[in-house]
Design a binder for this molecule. Structure first.
Ligand code: PFF
Ligand code: NA
Length: 453
């Protein structure tokens, strides 16, 4: 059977961007920039983007396009000894998929609540005690039992992902991306346009962008930038390999990679502007210093933002728009990660897409229900920490070492140059053989060291 294909170049780029732009851009990047030098953070971040992000993306697009498969098949075709790396990446993808969907479920619930701000005025107590039912009287006795108010929105998220994957690359994933991505951009721009006029918003932006150049000398800042770039671009965990395996014969790999990376990183900056405009306004309204309201991750999205929304004019409009954007950003990433897993099984077992999609989503759904119990957050924090700080970096490092030092990276380089409009020079191989592995080695070493001590 002929391999499925994207319907258009724009469709592919929107799907790749949909994968790259996710919760990480919204709740991780802004805080990271703020904490690591503000405006000055853009120096290490751009450096990481140029020396790791872009070359890695070109390489993965080239690999998927040349070897026509999800990760296990790509590595097997490079050398049958390395199929395991593909399966390792698929396993990481599967693990991430089942907890990421829990957060999407929470976001769907919060979207629903945002029309009336039914989370109340103490959003911290609400989120932890009422919503997640942690601690207090609802404590460990209930551990293990499913919380339906979380399970149902998670099921909705699974249903949307399943529909896209089941329908196929062009009719499902591409079509969904073409709706979701423009909508996401529009909503975020509209939010910024409104937020920026509110008192305090500009002070928030000053906090975000004010450069602290002394931070540039701190190695931690560089490792933060490097660590973020791999995660944010969805490289090293089988996603971009699967997506690029559906590219038509004639495809401008280099150009596609540049577009995907630049749009993702540009979106991060836009998201930073939105988040800090919201935080700046909140600090102003509560007459607190901004340093007391900044946060990231789950706390930002489900505690800080809801209480910032409480203070906004027309919260019943701005709130739903914000959470809808969060849901879309998450869903398009979830679709990509499930496709990476599904297509690996289609390749390997010759299953039809419909059967593979049903199996993967069915099993994924059941496993993900462990995050709808009140052990959910604890489990999620643990898995998320391990994935981001160790497993994904290790996977990227192994991939680079194999590609750069064992297999001829120059083959991919040539392949990409043959079909792309502008040719890329030796910097491509220098970045992937030396600079990126070196950074990854240092970051990974530090992370392992700090985890075990
Ligand atoms: N690129 C995504 C982000 O920055 O949020 C990372 C990601 C996470 C992709 C989870 C896919 C996914 F399922
Ligand atoms: Na991203």
């Amino acid at each position: 059977m002929k391999r499925e294909q994207w319907g258009s170049r724009a469709g592919f780029i929107l799907a790749a961007v949909g994968s790259a732009i996710g919760l990480g851009n919204i709740w991780r990047f802004p805080y990271m920039a703020y904490e690591n030098g503000g405006g000055a953070f853009f120096i290490p971040y751009l450096f990481a983007m140029l020396t790791a992000g872009i070359p890695f993306m070109i390489m993965e697009f080239g690999m998927g396009h040349k070897y026509r498969g999800a990760a296990p098949r790509v590595f097997a075709r490079l050398n049958s000894k390395f199929e395991w790396l593909g399966w390792f990446q698929v396993m990481l993808a599967a693990i991430i998929a089942v907890y990421y969907v829990a957060v999407i479920g929470w976001a769907i619930s919060y979207f629903n609540m945002s029309f009336t701000q039914s989370w109340g005025s103490d959003t911290n107590a609400y989120f932890f005690s009422e919503f997640l039912q942690l601690g207090g009287d609802n404590g460990p006795s209930k551990l293990g039992s499913i919380q339906w108010h979380i399970a149902i929105p998670m099921a909705i998220a699974w249903a949307i992902t399943f529909a896209a994957i089941f329908t196929g690359v062009k009719g499902g994933i591409e079509r969904a991306s073409k709706i979701m991505m423009p909508l996401l951009f529009l909503m975020v721009i509209a939010l910024i346009a409104r937020m920026i006029m509110l008192p305090g918003a500009l002070d928030g932006l000053n906090y975000l962008f004010e450069p602290d150049f002394s931070k540039i000398a701190d190695p931690k800042v560089w490792s933060a930038a490097y660590g973020q770039i791999f995660f944010t671009l969805s490289v090293g965990f089988s996603i971009m390999l699967a997506y690029s395996s559906y590219l038509p014969e004639k495809s401008d790999i280099t150009n596609n990679a540049f577009m995907t990376v630049l749009i993702n990183c540009g979106f991060s900056i836009i998201a930073g502007i939105l988040i800090f405009a919201i935080l700046g306004n909140m600090a102003h309204e509560q007459a607190k210093p901004l340093t007391e309201v900044v946060s990231s991750g789950v706390g930002l999205a489900f505690v800080t933002i809801p209480s910032a929304i409480n203070l906004l004019p027309a919260p019943y409009i701005l709130g739903p728009v914000f959470f809808f954007a969060l849901v879309i950003a998450g869903l398009s990433s979830h679709i990509s990660i499930i496709e990476a897993v599904t297509s690996a099984f289609i390749d390997k077992l010759n299953l039809s897409r419909k059967v593979a999609a049903s199996l993967v989503c069915g099993i994924g759904f059941v496993v993900s229900m462990s995050f709808a119990t009140n052990g959910g957050l604890l489990l999620l924090d643990l898995v998320d920490y391990f994935m981001n700080n160790i497993a994904l970096l290790a996977s990227c490092l192994i991939e680079l070492l194999i590609m750069g030092w064992i297999i001829k990276l120059s083959d991919i380089h040539k392949h990409v140059n043959n079909i792309s409009e502008f040719t890329i020079g030796n910097w491509f191989e220098i970045c992937l053989k030396f600079i990126s592995p070196l950074f990854l080695l240092v970051i990974l070493g530090t992370n392992i060291y700090t985890t075990i001590t």
